[in-house]
Design a protein around this ligand. Structure first.
Ligand SMILES: Nc1nc2c(c(=O)[nH]1)N[C@H]1C(S)=C(S)[C@@H](COP(=O)(O)O)O[C@H]1N2
Ligand SMILES: [Mo]
Length: 516
């Protein structure tokens, strides 16, 4: 058999093996929530992509959801391609050499296991059923080993099948028989794994985050408390964790005298606090709805940190989600009475997509810091950085004061006749953990201002809902601007020097046409 033919047949077998391995990974993910390279390779990679490039890539592929799909698709294509290449090289080698089981196991199981584990090391402790990080790490490695074992067995078995049963012992290995068998193996293998893979992918697609990642809450529907199923949602994941609360633990570790692990029941046995808190994503545009408010129940983080006995040098806390998401904030903020581990949202257990069984709430900071599915709180020195921080978001994560119109719509046309009865103008204003003391509205692009009514003043930790009964004197095109003042008396402003990576500042403006 020629080298090129050996390579070709080997690639075909490798292709089948790569497909089989991918199916195994999909099966592990969908049945047991095991982390596989399909999901975590993207996590590992994305921290190396600077925020600006990340945003421009995202724009080019048509949004975060498309980028995630592209990511998973590329990993699948990549690993099948590498499989085919490995099979091809194996084919050339096998043409002239006998290959023992030990060698094929070393090359096709141990080597890829070592390389993959090393490359993915920081994200191996991911588990979508909520296993503690160290256990999840072990499970991920076992999952990888199983997938590579299947790959190796398929390659070895494939070659045995294709090369077996030669008609006569001294017939040239060039027989058309090998070609037929290779064709049969390849065709059937790709068909079967393709069908299984497609079924599993469809199943995973249905539970994937594509349908809800980026959900906004804005406009006329806005109420003081956002219903759980309308609460804005942002996740880095393709498939979000669905945590089994019996497997789940919360670890307090790092620079502490007494590391401790809590079960959900332990947390619920502590005295809870109820706290209304508004959260907003750092990427929320001035007119956008990546902001919501809920009544949360949980326990102050300090009640867990104090008994742990923080050691000198404790400067930050680093939070880890079961999805390998991480973020940090100052230790001092962690000890603030309003920083909570929340397990209820508007009187119900946290919905899965909002972090069941527990998430952190750290009022005043952007949504990034409110880690969902939190499983480890590590007390660290000042150098620790989180997932989005590595991408270059920040350095400032404190929410600047802002306000938004929810009514009327931008570019709305309203009859002047109706204006006599008043045109309702409504919106929200948010001042991080400083509250809102005043909202003003301008109808002449900021020349003059009128005080709006705070219909729902909220608390220092929440947004305020405001309104104004607008009675324009004459028809015309009006530019409306809103401006909030926070609870400390600081007026909302446009900070020219603030990098977009620290969240945008400025004023929401809408144009309204009052027609004669
Ligand atoms: N574990 C984990 N926590 C996370 C995220 C995530 O992807 N994984 N996303 C963060 C981001 S970017 C935001 S804006 C908020 C959104 O919280 P919500 O979906 O409950 O509104 O969660 C933060 N916490
Ligand atoms: Mo976010």
């Amino acid at each position: 058999m020629s080298r090129s033919r050996a390579f070709f047949i080997g690639s075909l077998i490798g292709l089948v093996a790569g497909c089989a391995m991918t199916v195994a990974m999909l099966l592990l993910a969908s049945l047991f929530g095991v982390a596989t390279p399909l999901a975590i390779f993207g996590d590992r990679l994305s921290v190396f992509i600077p925020a600006d490039l990340f945003l421009s890539l995202m724009g080019r592929v048509g949004g975060y959801n498309h980028m995630k799909q592209l990511g998973v698709g590329s990993v699948i294509a990549g690993q099948i391609l590498v499989g085919a290449l490995g099979g091809g090289l194996f084919g050339i080698f096998r043409r002239d050499h006998r290959i023992s089981g030990a060698i094929s196991a070393a090359v096709f199981i141990l080597l890829p296991l070592a390389v993959t584990s090393a490359v993915l090391w920081p994200v191996l402790g991911t588990g979508y059923r909520g296993l503690p990080i160290d256990a999840a790490k072990l499970v991920t490695i076992v999952g990888l080993a199983l997938a590579f074992l299947l790959f190796e067995r398929t390659i070895v078995g494939g070659f045995d099948f294709v090369m077996s049963e030669r008609r006569s012992p001294d017939a040239s290995p060039f027989t058309p028989h090998i070609g037929r068998r290779a064709f049969l193996f390849g065709g059937l293998g790709i068909l079967l794994s393709g069908a299984a893979g497609a079924t599993l992918l469809r199943k995973l697609y249905r539970v994937a985050t594509f349908s809800y990642d980026g959900t906004q809450y804005k406009g006329r529907i806005v109420q003081a408390i956002t219903p759980n199923d309308q609460f804005y949602c942002v996740t880095k994941n393709v498939v979000d964790p669905k945590v089994d609360s019996l497997l789940w633990r919360l670890e307090i570790s790092g620079l502490v005298q007494n590391p401790r692990t809590y079960k959900l029941a332990d947390l619920k046995a502590l005295t809870p606090v109820d706290q209304e808190t508004t959260i907003m994503c750092i990427s929320n545009g001035l007119d956008a709805g990546l902001m919501s408010n809920a009544l949360w129940r949980g326990i102050p983080l300090a009640t867990l940190l104090e008994p742990a006995g923080p050691l000198p040098g404790a400067a930050k806390v680093k939070l880890h989600g079961v999805d390998n998401y991480t973020d940090t904030f100052p230790f001092e903020k962690a000890m603030d009475a309003t920083t909570l581990i929340a397990y209820e949202m508007n009187g119900e257990p946290l919905p899965d997509r909002h972090g069941f069984p527990a998430r952190v709430l750290v009022p005043g900071y952007f949504g990034e810091k409110h880690v969902k599915w939190v499983t480890r709180i590590e007390i660290t020195d000042a150098n620790a950085v989180g997932f989005y921080e590595k991408q270059g978001w920040g350095p400032d994560f404190i929410v600047p004061t802002r306000s938004r119109f929810d009514q009327p719509d931008h570019e709305a046309r309203l009859p002047f006749a109706a204006a006599a009865n008043g045109i309702p103008v409504k919106g929200v204003a948010f001042g991080g953990d400083r509250g809102i003391s005043r909202v003003e509205v301008s109808f002449d692009d900021g020349e003059s201002w009128d005080d709006a009514t705070l219909d729902y003043p909220g608390t220092r930790l929440t947004w305020s809902l405001w309104s104004f009964d607008w009675r324009p004197d004459e028809p015309g095109d009006y530019t409306l601007v809103a401006r909030a003042t926070d609870g400390d008396g600081e007026v909302q402003e446009w900070d020219e020097d603030r990098p977009f990576k620290s969240g945008t500042t400025g004023f929401h403006k809408i144009v309204v046409h009052v027609a004669a």
